[in-house]
Design a protein around this ligand. Structure first.
Ligand code: F0G
Length: 317
């Protein structure tokens, strides 16, 4: 088993957000996983299976987090890893991770959807394991987050999730169904990358939330089945709403997630709790993944001369 002891992430109450939303809101901190995102839950399974099946290498297309996770678990397994990312469109922390873990990082002159289409062809021709969420082992691992939520809260009315390639919402629903629970699955996409909301692929997806900059999700049918089957909804949120939620979580709750993760909270604030009394928002990735986005949304640092007077001015004024 190739593991970094992923999972068992904190589930914390969000008092300020609860007040704003008019419901009891809990945050599942998936950024607390070993590589800083929920992808590790699935990657332990997918890479363990690849090793068992004798693959020589693992590959994925990624908006960044899958790449970081695949690179780490490949290193752990002693397998070669290659990650295909859209050139110039992944967050700095994720790029640093993939490179540090020794993966071959390929910057594709195209978007995520094109990268995924190409790696699917690549693995048809070579003995390489594909570890994107079209790999069923990924969902088996990721569904464990639903079990953890149920271990801590005996009742949950709804779960808010950001949706990109649509594997995670599919995995949560699978977990809940297996555990005989049925919270409503509320999925949120960025307005500029909202194929499931529009009902058709988006050729050139665009959003500040680079992790979910996806125009043609691979798990389209399964995700819609989860959303419809749970009595949930799929909605879009603007980049401005995502950034507001991102800042509110960091400054108001002490929880730093990446922009894509904040889409779940942005959606809750925009569309309301829809009758749910208790909800869980899944914060899929850590804020440190994307320092650039943080610096662009946060306040400025305060320069200060090295004197007590100047320091008093800087700290107290
Ligand atoms: N949140 C974060 C931080 C992500 O990295 C992703 C997906 C999602 C949400 C959406 O999850 O794709 O299962 O619907 N990131 C993938 C990647 C696509 O390559 O890292 P999904």
């Amino acid at each position: 088993m190739v593991t970094l002891h992923e999972g068992s992430t904190p589930l914390v109450p969000a008092p300020r957000l609860s007040e704003r939303a008019g419901a009891e809101v809990w945050l599942k901190l998936e950024g607390a996983n070993p590589t800083g995102s929920f992808k590790d839950r699935g990657m332990t399974c997918a890479v363990s299976a690849a090793l068992r099946e004798g693959a020589q290498a693992v590959v994925c297309a990624s908006t960044g987090n899958t790449a970081a996770s695949a690179a780490a678990y490949a290193a752990r397994a002693g397998l070669r890893g290659a990650v295909i990312v859209p050139e110039g469109k992944i967050a700095t922390g994720k790029l640093a991770q993939a490179l540090m873990h020794g993966a071959r990082v390929v910057a594709l002159r195209g978007n995520f959807d094109q990268a995924l289409a190409l790696v699917r062809e690549l693995v048809d021709r070579h003995p390489i394991a594909l570890v994107n969420s079209i790999n069923d082992f990924r969902l088996e691992g990721q569904k464990t987050a639903a079990f953890e939520v149920l271990d801590e809260l005996d009742e949950v009315d709804a779960v808010c999730l950001p949706v990109g390639n649509a594997g995670n919402v599919t995995a949560y629903w699978k977990g809940f169904v297996e555990a005989d629970a049925a919270p409503r699955m509320l999925g949120f996409q960025a307005e500029g990358a909202a194929p499931l909301v529009r009902g058709e692929p988006v050729a050139e997806p665009e959003t500040v939330a680079s992790a979910i900059r996806i125009g043609n999700p691979a798990r389209w049918e399964e995700a819609m089945a989860a959303i419809v089957g749970s009595g949930g909804a799929i909605e879009a949120v603007s980049d401005a709403e995502i950034v507001d939620a991102y800042r509110l979580l960091a400054a108001g709750e002490g929880v730093f997630c990446e922009p894509a993760s904040a889409a779940a909270v942005a959606g809750l604030l925009r569309y309301g709790p829809r009758g749910a009394r208790r909800l869980v928002c899944v914060l899929t990735g850590h804020g440190l993944k994307d320092p650039q986005a943080a610096l662009e949304s946060a306040g400025a640092v305060m320069p200060c001369e090295a004197s007590l007077g100047a320091l008093e001015e800087a700290v107290l004024a």
